[in-house]
Design a protein around this ligand. Structure first.
Ligand SMILES: *Cc1c(COP(=O)(O)O)cnc(C)c1O
Length: 394
């Protein structure tokens, strides 16, 4: 087969070709290795397969050729040495953190994270004697002040859900290097198209591939991208945790990755147009979008992001009831959890996180009653603006 050792620099080229070296057939669209187990010629060979690290062929919980293809593309897009696919974003977060931490360790994280990550850090880790300090991510000094002698990991998310606050990734990476603390970023919102944390010095990247990477609202998947050493350790933990991605879902992820650049660039453009429209609308009190000059961290956004993603959150004037009426009046945009797929969906975080977060936690991360999060899809921006405009009139 063709030697693919040339270093291509374009992200769309990488998404198309980065898996060539691990292709096992001549098929252009790769087969799905829909099998849980692989044969050996002898007991000794099977034992060898079982004891190698992350084998492509032994038993699918250990690895699978379809995983290897998706992992090759993910590592190339993020500029990491290696990648591991998992059954969900939470599986990736759990495997990355728990393969690394032990009791007595200290973690620094943000007020504002994906709710599942907050639960892990806030409710689960203390039961294993791992302490976590939560800080306001908008000032890097807060991370520096929280460092202790036993701090093992800094866990960040930027832009964060749902008010799109940013973390200065270069500054956090620098802080980590200075104190020998591993830095981990959840890059789900930005995707490697808009932001490449490894190039900014961050050690480990987490993704919920359920969102933009998959892109079609049809898989649950996750990924970790990091050094070979980190990924091997995470793999050892993930096979015990059982966070295995199915071969078919891995294939759908690979298929989604081929068009990631096109989808995200389009969603960046549409979201910016919509954010500008909403900012000028009298029924909208506030628009959170890092691409707007009015975003308090716009300058940082310009420095560390190439595009500003397809997610906007807004505060509708009139609080809880007005925002609920707005959502109910939308005709194109559907009301559903998740984001990053082909169609536009909205959620009402105050209602959604009423059960998962305490009211203090909600206030701390800026979830007001009138907040609505919009995940922009692939529709024409003119149609989306018309839909938003008519719903705001209700
Ligand atoms: C959705 C999400 C997760 C969790 O991913 P799942 O695939 O649902 O397990 C983690 N982080 C962020 C930022 C997310 O949006």
């Amino acid at each position: 087969m063709k030697d693919n050792k040339v270093e291509w620099t374009g992200l769309n080229t990488k998404a198309t070709h980065a898996d060539s070296a691990v292709q096992r057939t001549r098929a252009v669209s790769p087969p799905i290795w829909q099998t849980t187990t692989f044969t050996a010629d002898s007991p000794e060979q099977l034992a060898e397969m079982a004891t190698s690290t992350s084998p492509a062929e032994f038993y699918t919980r250990w690895g699978n050729p379809t995983h290897k293809q998706a992992e090759a593309v993910l590592a190339a897009l993020e500029g990491g040495e290696a990648a591991l696919v998992t059954s969900s974003g939470m599986g990736a977060i759990f495997a990355a953190l728990m393969s690394f931490l032990q009791s007595g360790d200290h973690v620094i994280a943000q007020y504002s994270h994906y709710a599942g990550a907050t639960s892990l850090l806030h409710d689960v880790l203390p039961r294993w004697q791992i302490e976590c300090t939560f800080v306001d991510q908008t000032d890097t000094e807060n991370f520096a002040r929280a460092v202790r002698s036993n701090t093992k990991l800094i866990y960040v998310e930027s832009p964060s859900n749902p008010v799109l606050q940013l973390t200065d990734l270069g500054a956090v990476a620098e802080l980590g290097k200075r104190h020998r603390i591993t830095t981990v970023v959840d890059n789900t919102f930005a995707t490697p198209i808009n932001q490449q944390p490894i190039n900014l010095g961050i050690d480990v990247i987490i993704h919920s591939a359920t969102k933009y990477l998959g892109g079609h609202f049809d898989i649950s998947a996750g990924a970790i991208i990091a050094s070979e050493e980190f990924i091997q350790r995470a793999w050892k933990f993930a096979i015990i945790a059982g966070a295995t991605l199915s071969p078919f879902d891995s294939w759908l992820l690979l298929r989604g990755l081929r068009t990631l650049g096109l989808r995200v660039e389009r969603q960046n453009q549409t979201a910016l147009a919509i954010a500008r429209f909403l900012e000028s609308h009298p029924r909208v009190e506030r628009v959170n979008y890092p691409g707007l000059e009015s975003h308090p961290q716009h300058e940082l956004a310009c420095r560390q992001m190439r595009g500003y993603s397809g997610i906007i959150s807004i505060e509708v004037r009139g609080g809880y009831d007005a925002s609920a009426r707005f959502i109910a009046s939308l005709k194109l945009a559907k009301h559903a959890a998740s984001f990053g797929g082909f169609e536009t969906i909205v959620i009402h975080p105050a209602a959604m996180f009423g059960h998962q977060l305490t009211s203090d936690q909600r206030r701390q991360i800026g979830i007001s009653d009138g907040l609505v999060r919009i995940s922009v899809g692939l529709e024409e921006h003119s149609d989306l603006i018309s839909d938003l405009a008519q719903a705001l009139e209700q």
